[in-house]
Design a protein around this ligand. Structure first.
Ligand code: LFR
Length: 489
């Protein structure tokens, strides 16, 4: 039997501690503690409560000790791009601002008057998203930046509070849009453009390195097990791709959570003209890989609808109600900026349909079906863009994350994209976090074996395309997206 491993996996809407063991080449996973996450408007900005997240981690670890575990290994992953400014004493200078805050809405335009978009893309290979760390730092309070000793990405900061050791892990650091693909270091021109220095970042480390032990002070105070922290692929999407079983010959992944991240795993970055035009990213992965992908708005839209319906319906209820409605009643550019953080998601979707003179979804089922069918169309259109850029045909899509539980969307996606869909595991992020720990500690040999173990340990459902059902729908949708007038700003 292996050591006992713990994944701390925190997304934008919830966090969890999962306990894992490897018994006879089967990975078992058990949820120990789950908690809510979300930003709140405070002191002029949408902010995360990182102290609260750390408290929840300590509560979860306390439960593990109570369950009889005296010693564990632990890894932390969270969403990307956001950071904590830390002073010389190791104290944080403010509550971290969320990437959904509207302070960066015009920052790409502003910053690229001095450094061209081409320069930034050739250097970094990272997609232009206005919330990338680069633009957040551009808008950061200059006085605070002057007092900043270290800029730490969120999971690195959590690791620092637990162990006292500070690093900058690269899978997450690449999402800053400041790492140079060629040199493997922060690019000085990019740093200069936002008034920060290399020395303000703790040293860069690869995924799969040992960070240190949770301090004895915390162990005693909270009655925790002895805990060794491994720096895993700390970006949740990086962990999710590691936790993807890689089924099919030429496979793509879709990490389906608050965001939908669709793309391929590459061994060399692809930052040519076409990738630039299509705004594809080359985020750094573990074990020398690149996550060539695009961000799509994802279940965030459904999460907001659910909230606005006063949480009367669960996600499963919404999927059941959607199933009773016909799909493709209207086309929606689900990636339009207006859906990033609207005051009211339902009103925004309805306004979009009205403005584009299409059927307005009204009931919970109609709303959910409108989102699911358009997400599946958006996925399909990205898969054909991926085919074009990569120069080969992707034949299967591995959907992982919470969204892989929505059979309706899995089937629609298989049908409109005409590829086989493998759905599951839904906990790929925690699994990816765990297997990097296991490889680091020698319980699994390498990522190939890890993926084999994953595919044999968890339920994975296959969906095959029902080709005859909607033969022209994808072409019609692509035409719709091309028509600027309908894209919705
Ligand atoms: C997914 C994710 C995406 C990143 C977005 C913002 O949880 O990490 O990969 O683009 O959140 O950090």
């Amino acid at each position: 039997m292996s050591k006992t491993y713990v994944a701390v996996d925190i997304g934008a809407s919830s966090g969890r501690l999962m306990l894992a063991e490897l018994v006879e080449k089967k990975l078992s996973l058990r949820e120990i503690h789950r908690f809510k996450n979300g930003f709140v408007h405070n002191k002029g900005h949408d902010r995360w409560d990182i102290d609260k997240l750390i408290e929840e981690i300590l509560i979860g670890l306390g439960k593990i000790k109570k369950a009889g575990y005296d010693s564990v290994v632990l890894g932390i992953d969270t969403w990307a791009v956001d950071y904590v400014l830390v002073d010389q004493k190791g104290d944080k200078l403010q509550d971290s601002i969320s990437y959904r805050d509207n302070r960066t809405h015009e920052s790409i335009e502003k910053l690229t008057t001095s450094l061209s978009k081409k320069y930034i893309y050739q250097k970094t290979g990272i997609q232009f998203l206005d919330f990338n760390t680069l633009y957040q730092l551009f808008e950061e309070d200059k006085e605070l930046l002057a007092k900043t000793d270290k800029i730490m990405m969120i999971p690195d900061y959590i690791g620092f509070i637990l162990t006292g050791k500070a690093v900058t892990e690269v899978t997450n650091a690449s999402t800053t849009q400041m790492l140079s693909l060629r040199e493997g270091l922060f690019d000085n021109n990019l740093l200069k453009s936002v008034n920060v220095r290399q020395s303000q970042f703790p040293k860069l480390v690869e995924a799969g390195t040992i960070l240190g032990n949770v301090s004895q002070k915390l162990v005693k105070k909270y009655n925790l097990p002895q805990t060794e922290v491994v720096t895993v692929a700390t970006h949740d999407t990086a962990s999710a791709v590691i936790g993807t079983p890689a089924l099919g010959q030429r496979w793509a992944y879709l990490s389906s959570g608050t965001w939908s991240l669709i793309g391929a795993e590459l061994n060399t970055p692809e930052n040519g003209e076409q990738a630039f035009e299509q705004n594809y990213t080359n985020e750094w992965g573990a074990y020398g890989t690149y996550r060539f992908l695009k961000n799509i708005m994802g279940l965030w839209i459904i999460q907001n609808i659910k909230k606005e319906l006063s949480n009367q319906y669960s996600f499963a209820d919404l999927a059941d109600l959607a199933k009773r409605e016909p799909p493709f009643q209207q086309f929606i550019d689900v990636n339009a900026a207006r859906f990033q953080n609207p005051e009211n998601m339902i009103a925004e979707l309805q306004a979009y349909c009205r403005e584009t003179k299409q059927k307005v979804p009204e009931t919970p089922g109609e709303l959910a079906m409108a989102v699911y069918s358009n997400l599946s169309l958006y996925y399909a259109s990205e898969l054909s863009i991926l085919d074009d850029i990569l120069g080969y045909h992707i034949d299967s899509l591995n959907i992982v994350g919470g969204g892989s539980n929505v059979d309706l969307m899995n089937q629609l996606t298989a049908t409109v994209s005409d590829v086989d869909v493998y759905a599951g595991p839904s906990e790929a992020t925690a699994i990816g976090n765990i297997v990097v720990q296991m490889i680091t500690k020698g319980d699994i040999l390498n990522i190939y074996l890890a993926r084999q173990i994953i595919s044999e340990s968890f339920e994975i459902n296959k969906f095959v395309p029902e080709r005859e059902k909607y033969p022209n729908i994808l072409d019609d949708y692509k035409k719709f997206l091309k028509n600027e007038k309908y894209r919705g700003g």
